[in-house]
Design a protein around this ligand. Structure first.
Ligand SMILES: [Zn+2]
Length: 307
């Protein structure tokens, strides 16, 4: 195992010394999402004790991608690390997170597969966010191995089409940057931040993709009990609403709340009411985000299309 530390980010690399795929698993891109660090530390212990052995290719684990946000238990310190993801030159660095991008981007450029471990604010079961070549059998195997009941797709398109904040690369997060460099990438949201099984979801997803990608064989003694729903539901992101001024939700929405067209969702202090544009699902509603951040998404049940 090789451990490197840069900008306080600890990177653990387990290399088989044999040819094969490079898999990267990341946690705490958002500092208030503890499932990733917990699951990856558990995994590092198993790798260091030899209970899991990397047999081909390599596995790179980054338990905490945003160290200061993690220390403060906040989503980010100055700028969402999972947006506008590209490396900055020294004279382009504006925010604390820009320094982290320069450490993370080279790892994402070199990986063949990325699993990014997250959790969400509203009460939620775990779900996957996928994108890229959804018809690729290789990618579908990777996605299926992460093992959750809900699969959401079309995030970058929905955000890219919206009147996003000033930066045109806003819709480029960890996964999008890895895909730009040829990787298969997926995000798992392991339920809400304090979901009692969040770290179990993250751990099972990590073991699942390790086995599917083929960097290690996972023995039965190490495998956790299956914690995921079996039934899969595929939902496409259709739109995103950014919070432009203070406001409130009409209900305590949970994630993937089915809502009928015309139902009032949120209201700004200025009086503007946002209603559901079509029958569908509210995705990742966050009533108390900062102005300028994503307030809620709307999605509909729809099978994958070729991208
Ligand atoms: Zn997150």
């Amino acid at each position: 195992m090789q451990k490197t530390v840069s900008e306080e980010i600890e990177i653990y690399r387990f290399d088989s010394g044999q040819a094969g795929p490079a898999l990267t698993i990341t946690g705490a891109v958002h500092g208030n999402e503890p499932c990733g660090p917990k699951a990856l530390r558990r995994l590092i212990d198993l790798l260091e004790s030899g209970e899991i052995e990397i047999t081909q290719g390599s596995l790179t684990l980054i338990p905490v991608c945003n160290p200061r946000a993690y220390e403060q238990n906040v989503r980010f310190v100055e700028y969402n690390l999972n947006r506008s993801m590209y490396p900055r030159a020294e004279d382009e660095i504006e925010h604390y997170e820009d320094r982290l991008r320069s450490v993370l981007c080279p790892v994402l450029e070199k990986t063949d597969y990325l699993l990014d471990l997250h959790s969400c604010t509203a009460p939620s079961d775990p779900f996957l966010i996928v994108d890229g070549d959804l018809t690729s059998p290789d990618y579908r195997r990777f996605v299926d191995a992460a093992g959750t009941g809900y699969v959401l797709w079309g995030w970058s398109e929905a955000v890219g089409q919206s009147e996003t904040p000033e930066d045109p690369s806003h819709a480029q997060g960890m996964g999008e940057y890895a895909r730009l460099h040829g990787a298969h990438a997926l995000t798992i949201e392991c339920g809400n931040h304090d979901h009692p099984r969040g770290a179990d979801f993250a751990f099972q997803a990590a073991l699942g993709v390790i086995e599917a990608v083929g960097v290690a064989v996972i023995s039965e003694t190490v495998k956790p009990d299956d914690v995921f729903e079996k039934e899969k539901k595929v939902i496409r992101f259709k739109s995103v609403t950014f919070k432009q001024q203070e406001g409130r939700f009409f209900q305590d929405w949970v994630n993937l709340h089915p809502v009928q067209k015309g139902t009032p969702v949120a209201e700004e202090e200025g009086g503007q009411v946002f209603t559901m544009p079509e029958d569908g699902f509210l995705i990742m509603p966050k009533e108390n985000v900062k102005i300028g951040e994503e307030w809620f998404y709307v999605g509909v049940e729809e099978e994958f299309l070729a991208s």
